[in-house]
Design a protein around this ligand. Structure first.
Ligand code: DBV
Length: 254
């Protein structure tokens, strides 16, 4: 079993392993340190499906911190035909004017739900968004033409997205898997590359500015915790108490 948040996630058949591997390799130059995660959240086994055809579920958390990242964490779910998920969020320290990196790669029996974004901590603030969006939009435009639209998102969620929100639904078919390999994977690499470049350039802000960013980060994470679309699924797999604690104390813990 896993003793540190940096230990490799070993889940055979997990659809999203190449994405997490890519990200972990990209952090190596930043000298990642373990992020404290309680043992019951490093790896948790569960069961779903029916009595006659049970399906084993594993949920793992990979996490680290670096000089500029308060928390980088990947929630990894492998449940065979029922679900395969990588939810990946990079939380910068609020002392830098940086967005969050967010990826939600979800395979359910109904198909793949795929979301990628650099999400603002504060909205309607050019100083926070302009440099990011200027560089993000060409990348977004490049990849989105190859993907069907994901459909509407709730109005109340909109402040938390950038205009470069890449959001699609793909079928569980050879064509769907091909789009994941040929579009979603390179898009993920481009978004992460841009993000790490913005991070490298970022310098500490004034205490007043940092306070505003902290308030924004708290609002964003409270929203994500409150509206986590995985809540029902995780509760089915691992129980309500474990799920609530995981959401509030690990996934969105600021
Ligand atoms: N989503 C999370 C966490 C997950 C997770 C922590 C641990 O924030 C998985 C797992 N997302 C997950 C699952 C579903 C979705 C859906 C299991 C399917 C829920 C279901 O149908 O039962 C993007 N993710 C979604 C949806 C959106 C996003 C818009 C559809 C919601 C709906 O239809 O109700 N999540 C959203 C987003 C980011 C994100 C933009 C960041 C880029 O993480």
């Amino acid at each position: 079993s896993r003793l540190s948040s940096l230990d490799p996630v070993k889940m055979p058949e997990w659809r999203w392993a190449p994405f997490l591997s890519h990200a972990i390799n990209a952090f190596i130059p930043l000298k990642p340190e373990p992020y404290p995660v309680a043992p019951e959240f490093l790896q948790r086994e569960g069961k779903t499906g029916s009595k006659s055809q049970p399906i084993r579920v594993t949920t793992c958390t990979w996490a680290c911190r670096t000089k500029k990242f308060r928390q980088v964490r990947a929630a990894c779910v492998e449940a065979g035909r029922s679900a395969s998920v990588l939810n990946f969020v990079i939380n910068p320290y609020h002392t830098f004017d940086l967005p969050f990196f967010g990826a939600d790669l979800v395979t359910l029996p109904s198909g793949h739900l795929l979301a990628l974004d650099l999400q603002p901590a504060i909205t309607s603030d050019e100083r926070h968004t302009k440099q990011v969006w200027e560089r993000l939009m060409p990348i977004f435009e490049h990849w989105r033409v190859h993907l069907p639209e994901g459909g509407p998102i709730p109005e109340e969620a909109k402040p938390y997205f950038s205009p470069g929100f890449l959001w699609t639904r793909l079928p569980l078919s050879i064509e769907g898997n091909q789009l994941i390999d040929e579009v979603i994977m390179p898009a993920f690499k481009d978004y992460l590359n841009l993000y790490l470049d913005l991070v490298e350039m970022a310098e500490e802000v004034s205490p007043q500015r940092a306070f505003k960013l902290l308030e924004g980060q708290k609002r964003y994470l409270s929203y994500r915790a409150k509206k986590d679309p995985a809540r029902a699924m995780l509760a089915r797999f691992h129980g309500h108490q474990w799920t609530e604690s995981y959401i509030h104390n690990v996934l969105f813990d600021l």
